[in-house]
Write a protein that binds this ligand. Structure first.
Ligand SMILES: [Zn+2]
Length: 360
């Protein structure tokens, strides 16, 4: 009896490293295939889609694919199968569902620009007329972060505050400690003018203790936006040196198993870096050099593909390690993946609908 139990334990112990080794091999195969596909697409002048694929490759990027509903997503679940299908199409690099109506080639977009869909097939993600969806995507990400901070901060020590006023003083004045502060605000009030209007700067979320005020500013950026593409090439060219190919960068890649097409030194896209720099500049008049200290200010950037910036991931991991719940991080990644996939799907459907309406 006891020997049978002992045998099982030995088998169990051996099984775990064996399963890990298999998983690592499977991951390496996927990474290589993905890297080759990215290179091939780039060679075929499919620059935008190859970039979208590159930035869609990270650990946990497929969590939201588990299904169109379910408790894992919480309130961020897809609302309809149409939405889920549109998100899937983006994932499969089939950006426009209505290719029978919207042919490749130049179209006049509702933003007033003439867009060549063959070279710019993801225009709807950046289109100025998609702004309403950007705001929803931002606010949902902010709410997810707020909930995470609430769940993983000691309630006796911290207050989590929505849209707090940013002040140079890190000490909490009595007026700020009377429960959850929910300042009156207009719907979707995230414009720069509002956030920095009237001499008042507001962050998205505050994590306050009696000793410190930590501010979080949330931003969702599209790393494939045309404006970032040149910067991204220079960024990669600068950091992946000595004839290191993209494939080699992946092979040599990340011990954490992050599939990225980006090595560790270039883990953040040019879009993330540019947004972080711009955001710090917005806060500098109030916070001065404290903008560089993540104990005071966290620029929480998420790429439109659902990937967390290195800073965002580091901050969350720090909070999650104090938790006993081992799926904390993967749940966050799944939910932020669902948020970005869902609103990208919604804005794609709205864009298509507009083009269809115009065609008749
Ligand atoms: Zn447009």
């Amino acid at each position: 009896m006891s020997s049978a139990v002992a045998a099982e334990e030995v088998n169990g112990d051996e099984l775990v490293p064996a399963a890990r080794a298999v998983r690592a091999k499977v991951r390496a195969i996927h990474q290589r295939r993905c890297s080759e596909l990215i290179d091939t697409m780039r060679g075929n002048d499919e620059q935008t889609l190859s970039e979208w694929l590159k930035f869609s490759c990270f650990k946990g990027s497929g969590h939201w694919l588990a299904g169109s509903g379910g408790h894992f997503y919480g309130r961020f679940a897809f609302r309809s199968s149409t939405e889920y299908r549109a998100a899937l199409r983006l994932r499969l690099l089939l950006p426009l569902a209505s290719s029978d109506v919207v042919h490749g080639g130049a179209v006049l977009c509702k933003c007033g620009k003439t867009i060549d869909l063959s070279t710019n097939p993801l225009h709807q993600i950046d289109c100025a007329r998609s702004q309403w969806y950007w705001i929803q995507r931002h606010n949902a990400t902010r709410d997810l972060l707020r909930d995470f901070l609430k769940d993983h901060s000691n309630v006796h020590q911290y207050k989590i505050v929505l849209e707090p006023e940013v002040t140079a003083s890190g000490v909490v004045e009595p007026v700020h400690t009377t429960g959850m502060q929910m300042p009156a605000r207009r719907a979707g009030a995230i414009s720069r003018e509002h956030r920095h209007g009237g001499g008042v700067t507001r962050a998205d979320v505050g994590r306050f203790s009696v000793h410190n005020k930590q501010y979080f500013d949330v931003a969702v950026v599209d790393p494939t936006a045309v404006s970032y593409r040149v910067a991204e090439q220079e960024h990669l060219g600068g950091d992946v040196g000595d004839g290191m190919t993209a494939a080699a960068a992946i092979e040599g890649g990340n011990a954490g198993g992050v599939l990225s097409g980006r090595d560790r030194a270039t883990a953040d896209s040019a879009a993330v870096l540019a947004r972080e720099t711009a955001k710090r500049a917005e806060y500098r008049p109030v916070l001065g050099d404290m903008v560089d200290n993540t104990d005071r200010l966290v620029i929480f950037v998420v790429e439109a593909t659902g990937s967390l910036s290195t800073t965002s991931a580091r901050i969350l991991r720090g909070l999650a390690t104090e938790s006993r719940d081992r799926v904390v991080m993967s749940r966050f990644v799944a939910q932020v993946g669902a948020i970005t996939a869902r609103y990208n799907a919604q804005l794609t459907l709205a864009w298509e609908q507009h083009m269809v309406d115009r065609a008749f």
